[in-house]
Unconditional design. Structure first.
Length: 129
């Protein structure tokens, strides 16, 4: 079998699928908020939950597992009674958080431009279906 060159459509489709999966962490409301809270330092599970009003224990656990699986968060269990579970960002998780801050800054800097563009587009396309 001949290996496809790096620029092939198959390679692009595979990369696209992988990137979409990873970007799902950024799109995930709780994942983004968890990264933001943990950027200030590690927290115990219960403390983390208190910093995220509205998150259910199930969603917090699922989001943390996904972030841990992707290598963005570490989970440390201290064997005391009851067990103490701490979460912290990895260097890569912190790097992603810093990147998200750049994106948020860009969005804030261009908020008015985007708002005006949407209004103009909507006015031009009103009634066109």
């Amino acid at each position: 079998m001949v290996e496809e060159p790096a620029g092939s459509r198959e390679h692009a489709a595979e990369l696209n699928s992988w990137v979409r999966g990873l970007l799902a962490r950024v799109e995930d409301k709780w994942g983004v908020l968890i990264l933001g809270v943990l950027a200030a330092g590690g927290l115990r599970y219960s403390e983390l939950g208190r910093h995220l009003p509205g998150v259910s224990q199930r969603m917090l656990t699922l989001s943390l597992r996904r972030l841990e699986r992707d290598g963005l968060v570490t989970r440390t269990v201290t064997p005391v009674n009851p067990p103490q579970v701490d979460y912290a960002l990895t260097e890569v998780g912190l790097s992603l958080h810093r990147t998200m801050l750049v994106l948020l800054g860009w969005a804030k800097d261009h908020e008015e431009y985007i708002h005006r563009s949407r209004e103009r587009f909507d006015a031009e396309h009103r009634g066109t279906g």
